[in-house]
Design a binder for this molecule. Structure first.
Ligand SMILES: [Zn+2]
Length: 501
């Protein structure tokens, strides 16, 4: 009897597994923890008689995708792909990947959620109206009047903005500091929208790229880079003959790759550099930045892109690194300058982008280095006397870092604002915030809205800073131990539009 049941169970399991096909969905146990989230089968392979399934956890970032064995599949709850050929939502299967040049990341559009998810009705006492709602309502009216032309694609809803040139006043109250924006001509144009992505930068070397099954799957098991062994997150087009090895050994200084430690050791005996190429344009304590011209140091730049792609999802590689500069951040010790992260930047950006692609290497993440990279990118913009913004859309982690950087940088200014006249409220315009920080106007406004600081009071826009906001800000700033010191940046911006790139 027992035997019969066992046999039956086995048969059921067998049947269940044979029905697992690419495209179907079922609960799969994650590597860490006991969760069994819904996952999609991307690919199936047999290795020495064992079947492996490449799964994508539907509601999770692709970096968690992995090969699993049947033991981690729950075939009782299997769902089959829709017959109409439509993919189920949320898999990223049909997420278009664009080829945008070596220094470039493209990630699916992430709308600024705070602005749209907030209640649109006025909050608080009747005389204190939520500024966002007021602005949104005003903008809607204006937009409706203007809505003859087709609406822009990717418009962030409810995204109105106060006129940048209108000064903002600071109100001191017993409990908190407030800022007011005096009487408001609303100049909102709703221009926070992105241009349609298909129009963007698909020129020259930047060729559209078809998403295929190969580039959706991680292909490199492990890399060794200096002191670190790192498990990659995403596909990267390392040479086919290399990816069959259990680990790719990368020279941390010139970023050349080898198939074994022995080969790397042979390379290191010949490789004399102990720092990235290019000019060291910043040094403070152990932190340095190197500026690398993608045209002059092509091999390094391409190797950097290959390495970065392992940790950047929607970046597709193109070997034309010429139009980009690469800023590599390193930490120094007695063995050399070790790469911590980098960002790339177009030599000439027609859209005021000051970062194309940005990455902190995983071993250095969550230590404040990402914010340091961002801070440095704005420091360069300050030297150039321009405002800038990262290329959109940002990755999930990138967006979090930028939001946090923008909030802290803008709050730092608001909190320390002093009134010109003692009896008056301190005033500042949004344009002045842009000039002080080099943060682009749209990002300043969206940050103020995300922080929910804008209110409308007796005919004026007010930015009120509660004690809680200030305390939280002070606490956050105390954690930012490493900062960019502009005195340590030795750099003169070049006008690349006037020279050969
Ligand atoms: Zn080397």
């Amino acid at each position: 009897m027992m035997r019969a049941m066992e046999e039956m169970d086995q048969e059921n399991i067998f049947d269940g597994l044979s029905s697992v096909v690419e495209g179907c969905r079922l609960p799969v146990k994650m590597r860490k923890g006991d969760e069994w989230p819904l996952a999609e089968i991307i690919s199936i392979k047999d290795v020495n008689g064992v079947t492996y399934y490449y799964v994508h956890y539907v509601d999770y970032n692709k970096r968690l995708d992995e090969w699993v064995t049947e033991a981690r599949l729950d075939t009782r709850k299997i769902q089959y792909p829709r017959k109409d050929g439509q993919s189920n939502a949320g898999t990223g299967v049909n997420t278009p990947i664009k080829k945008l040049g070596s220094g470039t990341t493209t990630i699916p559009a992430v709308p600024v959620p705070a602005a749209s998810s907030r209640p649109s009705s006025p909050v608080g006492p009747p005389e204190l109206v939520n500024g966002n709602a007021f602005l949104a309502a005003a903008l809607n009216k204006k937009m409706n009047r203007k809505r003859k032309a087709p609406p822009p694609v990717h418009t962030v809803p409810n995204h109105a903005e106060p006129a940048p040139e209108v000064p903002v006043q600071v109100v001191r109250t017993t409990k908190s500091t407030s800022l007011t924006i005096p009487d408001v001509p609303i100049a909102a144009e709703g221009d926070l929208s992105e241009p349609p992505s298909s129009d963007r930068r698909l020129t020259g070397s930047m060729v559209a790229h078809n998403d295929d099954i190969v580039t959706r799957m991680k292909n490199v098991e492990m890399i060794e880079l200096g002191y670190h062994r790192i498990r990659p997150w995403y596909f990267s087009p390392y040479p086919q003959e290399l990816i069959h090895f259990p680990c790719i050994y990368i020279c941390e200084f010139c970023l050349k790759y080898r198939k074994s430690r022995k080969c790397l050791e042979r390379h290191l005996a010949k490789c004399n550099v102990r720092h990235p190429p290019g000019n060291e344009i910043y040094r403070k304590q152990s932190i340095s930045f190197f500026e690398i011209d993608g045209r002059k140091n092509k091999v390094y730049a391409q190797n950097l892109c290959l390495l970065a792609k392992l940790f950047l999802d929607h970046k597709t590689l193109c070997y034309d690194t010429d139009p980009f500069l690469f800023y590599v951040m390193t930490v120094f010790d007695d063995r050399g300058f070790h790469i911590v992260g980098y960002f790339s930047k177009e030599k000439v950006s027609t859209e005021d982008y000051n970062v194309a692609c940005i990455l902190t290497m995983p071993p250095y993440q969550r230590k404040g280095y990402g914010k340091l990279l961002i801070e440095f990118s704005y420091e360069l913009s300050k030297f150039e006397g321009k405002t800038g913004s990262p290329e959109k859309p940002l990755s999930d982690l990138g967006l979090l870092s930028y939001r946090s950087y923008w909030s802290q940088t803008i709050l730092e200014i608001l909190v320390n604002l002093k009134p010109v006249d003692e009896n008056e409220r301190p005033q500042i315009t949004i344009m002045e915030i842009c000039e002080l920080t080099s943060i682009k106007k749209e990002d300043v406004i969206s940050t103020l809205q995300n922080l929910n600081l804008i209110n409308y009071y007796k005919g004026q826009f007010i930015i009120s800073l509660s004690k809680e906001t200030i305390d939280n800000h002070m606490q956050a700033m105390s954690k930012r131990k490493i900062r960019i010191d502009s005195k340590c940046l030795h750099w003169t911006p070049k006008d690349w539009s006037k020279r050969s790139k």
